[in-house]
Structure formats: C-alpha cells, structure tokens
Write a protein that binds this ligand. Structure first.
Ligand SMILES: [Fe+2]
Ligand SMILES: [Fe+2]
Length: 266
C-alpha cells in the first residue's frame, strides 16, 4: 500500500499545484491513499469548507490540520460533519472535530490517520504522547496501517515521538515547519520517519509568505500583511510504502514536484 502525505498547503498557489499534481501522481506513483495537511490552504491560514471540498475533488482522501485549524471559523461545521478531516488529537475533548479518522482504500483496508501538536514553541496542549496512546488504543484491531502527522516545531520533539511510536504505527511524518528535512528513514521497529515533509506552495518566500513583508515586520516591528507569495511553486510531500497486513513500512521517499514539472505531467 502506497500512501502520500502532502506537506502544508499554502494559499492559492499551493492549492493549484495540488489540483494539477494529485490526479497524475495517483496514477504515476500507484498511490492508494493521499493525505494532505491543509492548515495554511486559505490565504495562508486555516481552511474553508469550499477549499476542503476542492481538495477532496482533486483526489485528496483525507485532510489534517495543525495550530491554524480554527483560523477560518466556518470550518467548524465541516470538522464536525465530515469523516475525512481532523484536528490535532491532543486538543481538549470539547474542541470541534475529531482527532483521528479511518480512511477507506480500494482493497477494503482502512487506514487510521491521526494528528498531534508538539509542545515546544507551540501553544499549550495536552501531552501528545498520552494522546497518541489513547488514539492507538481506540483504533480497531484490524486497522494495521496507522499514520501520524506530527505537527511540531522542534526536530528533537519529532524524533522523540518517532522513537516512542516505533513499531506501533506505520509512519510518523512531520509537518508545520514548512521545510523538508533529509532524514527520511525506517526505524528498527518498522516505523517510517521524517521530521518534516515540507511545504506545498511558493518557495520564493519565507514559509510561503512574501519575503519583503516578513523581513520588514521582523526587523522594524511594523505590522504588514503577510501576503502569500507567488513564485517557485512546488509540491513537497513523502510517499511511504506499507505492508498492509502487518502495518510496517517497506520504503519511504521524499517527493518534490515543481510547477513546471506539474504542467508537463510529472
Ligand atoms: Fe503550516
Ligand atoms: Fe502549523
């Protein structure tokens, strides 16, 4: 079973390359499941019901979010109603939405997907390790393929989570930093791991936003709108191949597609 996690989709440029690429990638890379982190999909912050639907229509099977989950409040109802979009699982139980989802695949096996927020340089949330234990205990026993999108700032946090869950999940893949890391590997217990799968959006930017605006505000403290940038649009993500019967990872591969390559059908 081949699963792609697409890194943080930023604004219209990010959505555009997802719409161009996903149908082609599904075919070319024999993907059984596509998951996307869409926490920055609406003008760089949050996601709307219309964007949720557009991403699903483009061939994304399930959507994860992160610290920006509720930036567009109208997504609350979608989070409550739809079975294929989740908030982080270590939010309070009363927070709108679910912390995990079961996504069906063509061969009938469901894939368990959950998301957690790290606690280093992030808002205070419940312990992600305790939350991981809870989510895993709640997945049905016949759900062997289990994917965690760990939305965290620090690579140390990521590595601790990866080692903690080694052998209990198919993959621990990071999002949130918007920078792909070159540490993809399979741990001894069979869990695929990468600190961050990167960002899908304009890379001539600072984390997807206009360089001039972010630099000015950082240096002069004068507020400017952090508009989404427009150039050097790329899709970043990671493909994990998993043994569906045992749930262990067989391979992990970083994916980077430029807009030019996407236009030419790759
Ligand atoms: Fe993000
Ligand atoms: Fe984030």
């Amino acid at each position: 079973m081949r699963i792609l996690l697409i890194g943080d989709i930023v604004g219209e440029p990010g959505r555009r390359i997802v719409q161009q690429c996903v149908p082609v990638l599904r075919e070319q890379r024999s993907l059984d499941l596509v998951i996307a982190n869409a926490e920055n999909a609406a003008a760089g912050s949050g996601v709307t019901p219309a964007i949720y639907q557009a991403l699903i229509d483009a061939g994304v099977d399930g959507i994860t979010l992160g610290d920006h989950v509720y930036r567009k409040k109208e997504i609350g109802k979608t989070l409550e109603k739809q079975p294929n979009i989740i908030r982080p699982a270590n939010f309070p139980a009363s927070a709108p939405g679910s912390g995990s989802m079961l996504l069906p695949t063509k061969n009938g096996a469901a894939v368990g997907v959950f998301s957690l927020l790290g606690r280093v340089f992030m808002r205070p949330v419940d312990c992600p390790f305790t939350a991981a234990d809870r989510v895993l205990s709640e997945f049905p026993d016949d759900v062997h393929v289990r994917i965690l999108d760990f939305h965290a700032e620090a690579t140390s946090d990521m590595q601790v989570m990866g080692r903690y869950l080694d052998g209990r999940v198919s993959a621990v893949l990071g999002t949130h930093t918007h920078v792909a890391t070159a540490d993809e590997q399979i741990f001894s217990g069979g869990t695929a791991f990468q600190c961050d799968v990167g960002m899908t959006g304009p890379h001539l930017s600072i984390l997807g936003r206009r360089i001039d605006r972010v630099v000015e505000t950082t240096i002069r403290f004068w507020p400017t709108p952090f508009d989404v940038a427009s150039e050097d649009v790329r899709l970043h993500g990671t493909i994990v191949e998993v043994d569906p019967a045992r749930g262990c990872a067989l391979s992990i591969e970083r994916l980077a597609v430029t807009e030019k390559a996407a236009r030419e059908g790759a």
